[in-house]
Write a protein that binds this ligand. Sequence first.
Ligand code: ADP
Ligand code: MG
Length: 728
Amino acid sequence: MATLRFHAVKKSMSYIPISVSPKGRRSDIFGAHVFNENMMRQHLTKDAFKNVTNAIKNGRKIDRSVADQVASSMKDWALTKGVTHYTHWFQPLTGATAEKHDAFFETLGDGMSIEKFDGNQLVQQEPDASSFPSGGIRNTFEARGYTAWDPSSPAFIYGTTLCIPTIFVAYTGEALDYKTPLLRALNAVDKAATDVCKYFDKNIKKVTSSLGWEQEYFLIDKSLAASRPDIILTGRTMLGHAPAKGQQLDDHYFGSIPNRALNFMRDLEDECMLLGIPVKTRHNEVAPNQFELAPIFEEANLAVDHNSLLMDIMGRVASKHHFKVLLHEKPFAGINGSGKHNNWSLSTDSGVNLLKPGKTPMSNLQFLTFFINTIKAVHEHEELLRAAIASASNDHRLGANEAPPAILSVFIGSQLTKVLEELEGVTKGKLSPEEKTELKLNVIGKIPDVLLDNTDRNRTSPFAFTGNKFEFRAVGSMANCGNPMTVLNTIVAKQLKDFKIEVDKLIDKKDLKKDEAIFNVLREYIKASKNILFEGNGYSEAWEKEAKKRGLSNNKTTPEALKAKISEKTIALFEEMEVMSAIETKARYEIEIEAYSMHIQIEGRVLGDIARNHIVPTAVKYQNVLIENVKGLKTIFEGNFKNIASEQIGLIESISKHIEGINTNVTKMIAARKKANSIENPEEKALAYCHKVKPLFDDIRYHCDKLELLVDDEIWPLTKYRELLFTR
Ligand code: ADP
Ligand code: MG
């Protein structure tokens, strides 16, 4: 129904931006809706406060009486802000956040009532968990799951609800969410890194993992988005011919932000401020209507929560500004997709960033230790890291326009490459005093503070060192960062643990000095993990060939990539680091592989429906107009009509050809889907969806997009790319 399209276009053009007035100076409103440490200090007794901060910093248990006190003060604080309900807020494996609201309100009998919230309600809640994905865990064990308070992420108010960040676990203890394994991984990396830090500073007691995410997204007018069934149901356009103008002029990137988008951003940023999400930068991205937002980095668990919360708020604030936010990794073909760079680093409780080159040779040796161990970890587990960012939607982006390829590699820049080359030449065993001096003065002593070539963005590198942090860029814009952050922190933890064992062995058995032992182990690590280093263009054929020679994996699709999640190596890794049991690891795999099939199934249905019920009827309608026209020409021009009507006749033929193309391919796709559905084994089913069903999408799309060029614009039913991407 073309009227819907034009109605939507008209509506989008008549939209007048609503103005937003700032809620206050940022530093004044920051965290106003958060029950943070400062709030607790004000509201709790000294002992209770100590008990809670000890729980947050050292993972100690919180006493029951303290929980009651925290709950009661949280409630009092929340009531002053007009809050009526509370919810345990958690991140089940659906990828979205979940909440179940309960009122504070309780009756006392005799017509009396009070507002009540106690320690029990704070600490534990039982959502009806049966409809969350569990990968069979709950079937095998217990039917129920519960949420439990995570005191390390502060409670916050959203709307009129007090939200309490929680983990979500089965009664048998298995994790059913993203947060639980993340917390365990952060614990593992803390332990392993702290042990290694002690080589350099005996006083280090804790190492914290930090995350700064950069969220990319598209903003589309709400009416226009609503006119497209594919956007509504799959979050992306499944067809649509490229517009005459796309991003070839690069005129959107860092350009001035359109007013309406700017108003949305201001509003969103205010919300973020109230919720303590420290957003700092905003700018246009490369594609038209594409933007990015990034906060100041935070402790990883909190940063993950904040990103999940942000994705939720974005949708709500956008709606107010008559926008729809597209978080999908590839909402438009032929135009850049969206990612979510995960900037990651480790820092000590003494405030040292372990991935920042220092001022002295000793601090640089510490830097190199963490730097090289991270590279080694990535090399060792590149396939698992690739699996951590695999999803049906991210498959469209990896390896495409400006996005990292499906091959994991590490970019470190030429200056550090040189340093590693020098270190590779270090003598085996004991070092002469001259060599030590040489190393200290001329190799590690000379790592410059500012690494010039690391600010130069090699945008195609999936994992890049950028001066004082690693940037994991292959993460998809829709992803929950918990998954990649769990894997990254776990593999680094494992690596640091092994490193410590090896260095200690050299000190004990070979009588090496500490720094000699460290140099010796690092030298071997550099040799062993060289193959993961790559500075060039990540989506070239030459690199694919080269990577293959180097033995790096190149799992292009999700079903292939996910396999690494349940390899023996992975299961052993997660078990050893106490991040996930074998059951939990396998359950996650099952959930993800099934989600993949379901996504492709939904897309297939949507595309089939649009092609048959929207495109074909429109094409037939237009063809009939042409036929009438040709018939008319024939009555006027008789014998000569073929010449005069040749254009129309050609069109009639082309339209028939494309209608036929659509119908045969949709029929084929439905048959392929049926076949895939009949497969029991989840992995084989996913592979069938990937290799038998999905490729037909392109064929169907091809014919639909051709018809878009042929059919009268007046009756074309689907809102076009140029309308979606360029209305302001
Ligand atoms: P860009 O990558 O676009 O040049 P920046 O490098 O300035 O932008 O920062 C991107 C993100 O990295 C921000 O969220 C920032 O807070 C974060 N970041 C900066 N330093 C660190 C660090 N040491 N650890 C983790 N994240 C960091
Ligand atoms: Mg960046």
